[in-house]
Ligand binder design. Structure first.
Ligand code: DC
Length: 238
């Protein structure tokens, strides 16, 4: 089967990473969680007091520190997940806090931060056979990706899923708190100047408000099978 690039974009907590991981596993592809890269940069800024206690970012200090922020992915032998490392340390858990979630949109709106991460993402996806999820993958990182999915879901469903995810890690928030945080992040992501979250013209919309994990996986596998069929048809006509 021909190796392709799969770009998955959409709002926060629509289940992008769940779908991306399942696809990568099924196809034997690499999974790249680009949100984790912006979260890791945010964690670095917090740990190094580049963000103060009032949540103000010292942009000058952050730009100066950028070359020192090294992110990479490594398979965790216990979970078989592809974990993110920040300067060699596994921070997969530390980047998923409400604190980081509340600040990551500000950090990811900074042009130089985006340029650095996008360059890394293009390098990681150079050989295709990759599933990448984020906000600007189909529009900016890989505008020529063979398959682009734009995920949407009902805000109540998204908030409930995220609340469950937090509580499974011992972090407890009300549904209103979680929904507020999600919607605030969506607003920031669609309204920023640098490659904002928007649906690529050639993306397929996937609304998973009422789909199970299996159903959404089936849906996308069918799209991939159709793509392979179309490309075979095209080849036979040349
Ligand atoms: O997917 P996530 O919730 O972990 O992403 C965290 C934040 O990072 C999200 O609110 C916006 C930003 N982000 C981005 O700007 N571009 C991407 N490709 C991925 C994430």
């Amino acid at each position: 089967m021909q190796k392709i690039t799969i770009a998955i974009d959409g709002y926060s907590s629509c289940g992008k990473s769940t779908l991306a991981k399942a696809l990568a596993q099924k196809l034997g592809y690499n999974y790249i969680d680009t949100g984790a890269m912006y979260r890791a940069a945010t964690l670095y800024a917090l740990e190094n007091k580049i963000i103060d206690e009032n949540d103000n970012i010292n942009i000058k200090a952050l730009l100066k520190a950028l070359p020192k922020i090294e992110v990479e992915f490594e398979v965790n032998p216990k979970t078989h997940n592809s974990d993110i490392l920040l300067n060699g340390v596994d921070v997969e858990r530390d980047i998923r806090t409400m604190k980081v979630s509340g600040l990551v949109s500000k950090v990811s709106a900074i042009k130089e931060v985006r340029e650095k991460m996008v360059a890394l993402q293009r390098l990681m996806g150079k050989k295709k056979a990759v599933v990448m999820d984020g906000r600007d993958i189909g529009t900016h990182v890989f505008p020529k990706a063979e398959l682009k999915i734009f995920m949407i879901a009902d805000p109540d469903v998204r908030a409930k899923r995220r609340q469950d995810e937090f509580s499974s890690k011992g972090q407890y928030f009300t549904i209103e708190e979680v929904e507020m945080s999600l919607l605030k992040r969506d607003m920031a992501d669609i309204s920023r100047e640098e490659s904002p979250l928007t649906q690529a013209e050639d993306a397929v919309i996937l609304d998973n408000s009422e789909l199970s994990r299996e159903e959404q996986l089936e849906f996308v596998l069918k799209l991939i099978a159709d793509l392979q069929f179309i490309s075979r048809e095209e080849q036979s006509h040349h």
